[in-house]
Write a protein that binds this ligand. Structure first.
Ligand code: ATP
Ligand code: MG
Length: 297
C-alpha cells in the first residue's frame, strides 16, 4: 500500500490534467496483453470507468487478433498476415463477425459495465457507424480487408452526450451492405480523426516502439518510415504507426503507444508528468527542447 502523503501527491499531480481533459474525447485502441490477462482486463475496465466518471469522453476500439486466430484455427481456417493485415476471405469474415463483434465485444462491454462504466458495445454496422471500402494494397490482395470511408460521428457524440462509453468492433460496411474487416489500429485512427479527438492511445503488449531493443520515447514520421524500411518496425506495428501519423496529420493533438502489460498504464500516461511508451510527434516538435525525461507530454 502507498502511504497517505504519496496518495495525496498523486492526486494533486493529476488535478491539472483532469481540468485540462474534462469534456475532451479520447479514443483508446484496446489490444494486446491488456485484453487477454484476467487481472489486466479488470484494471483496464476500472481505468476507463474512472476516466469517464471524471468527465472525459471515452471511445474504445478493440482488436482481438489472437483469439480470432485461435477460433479460426479450431474451425479449420488458416490465418495469413500480409504486412500486419489479416487476409480475409468470406469464411474468415464470418469468424471475425462472430468472434470480434460477438464474443469479444460483449465481454469487454460487460466487464466495463460490471465496474459501473456504462459501456455500449457496437460494431461498424450499427447505425452505419463505420462505412468502408476495400483496402487496396500494392503488394497483395487482402480480400475483404477494408478501410474506413466515413464515421457516424453524430451517433458517437450522441452516445457520449448520454454519458455512455462506445466500445467498437472494427467491422465496416460497404455501399451494398458487404462487410469488411478493418485493422483495429486503422479504425481507431479514423475514428479519432473524425471525432477530432484530443488524444489517441494504442494500448499494446510492448513498452512502446523499440529500436535495437530500446524504447523510443518520441518518433517522427520520417524516422518511422526509415524504421519500416530497415525492418526495425514490422508486422502489427506497421499499421499502428501508419495510422498514428495519419491521425496526427488529421489534427488529433496527441498519439501514444503504451504498454498494456503495466498496471494502470492508461492512468499513468494521462495523469502523471512522466511520459511512458512512445509518442508520435510532428517533425518540428522533436526539434524543440524536450523536458528532462525526453518525452513531450
Ligand atoms: N519496432 C517495434 N517495436 C515494438 N514492437 C514491434 C516493433 N515492430 C514490430 N513489433 C511487434 O508489434 C506487436 C504489436 O502489434 P500487434 O498487432 O501484435 O498487437 P496489438 O495491435 O496491440 O493487438 P491486436 O492486433 O490484437 O489488436 C508487438 O508485440 C511486436 O511484436
Ligand atoms: Mg494489431
Amino acid at each position: 500500500m502507498i502511504d497517505a502523503t504519496t496518495k495525496e501527491e498523486v492526486l494533486i499531480e493529476a488535478l491539472p490534467y483532469i481540468q485540462t481533459y474534462e469534456g475532451k474525447t479520447f479514443v483508446i485502441k484496446y489490444g494486446g496483453a491488456a485484453m487477454t490477462d484476467e487481472h489486466l482486463k479488470q484494471m483496464f475496465a476500472k481505468d476507463v470507468t474512472i476516466l469517464r466518471k471524471i468527465g472525459i469522453n471515452i471511445v474504445i476500439v478493440h482488436g482481438g487478433g489472437k483469439e480470432t486466430t485461435e477460433i479460426a484455427g479450431k474451425l479449420g481456417l488458416e490465418t495469413r498476415f500480409i504486412h500486419g493485415h489479416r487476409f480475409t476471405d468470406g469464411e474468415m469474415m464470418k469468424v471475425i463477425l462472430m468472434v470480434l463483434a460477438g464474443k469479444i465485444n460483449k465481454e469487454i462491454t460487460n466487464l466495463i459495465n460490471t465496474n459501473g462504466g456504462n459501456a455500449v458495445g457496437l460494431c461498424g454496422v450499427d447505425n452505419n457507424l463505420l462505412r468502408a471500402k476495400k483496402l487496396m494494397n500494392d503488394a497483395a490482395d487482402l480480400g475483404l480487408v477494408g478501410e474506413v470511408t466515413s464515421v457516424n460521428t453524430a451517433f458517437i457524440n450522441l452516445l457520449l452526450k448520454e454519458g455512455t462509453m462506445p466500445v467498437i468492433s472494427p467491422i465496416g460496411v460497404g455501399p451494398d451492405g458487404e462487410l469488411y474487416n478493418i485493422n483495429a489500429d486503422l479504425a481507431a485512427g479514423s475514428i479519432a480523426s473524425a471525432l477530432k479527438a484530443e488524444k489517441l492511445v494504442y494500448l499494446s503488449d510492448i513498452e512502446g516502439i523499440l529500436v535495437n531493443r530500446r524504447r523510443v520515447s518520441s518518433l517522427t514520421h520520417t524516422e518511422a518510415q526509415e524504421y519500416i524500411q530497415n525492418g526495425a518496425i514490422f508486422g502489427g506495428m506497421i499499421p499502428k504507426v501508419q495510422s498514428a501519423f495519419d491521425t496526427l496529420s488529421a489534427g488529433v493533438n496527441k498519439v501514444h503507444i503504451i504498454d498494456g502489460r503495466v498496471k494502470h498504464s492508461l492512468l499513468l500516461e494521462i495523469f502523471t508528468d512522466e511520459g511512458i511508451g512512445t509518442q508520435m510527434v510532428h517533425e518540428e516538435a522533436k526539434q524543440k527542447t524536450l523536458p528532462s525525461n525526453g518525452v513531450p507530454k
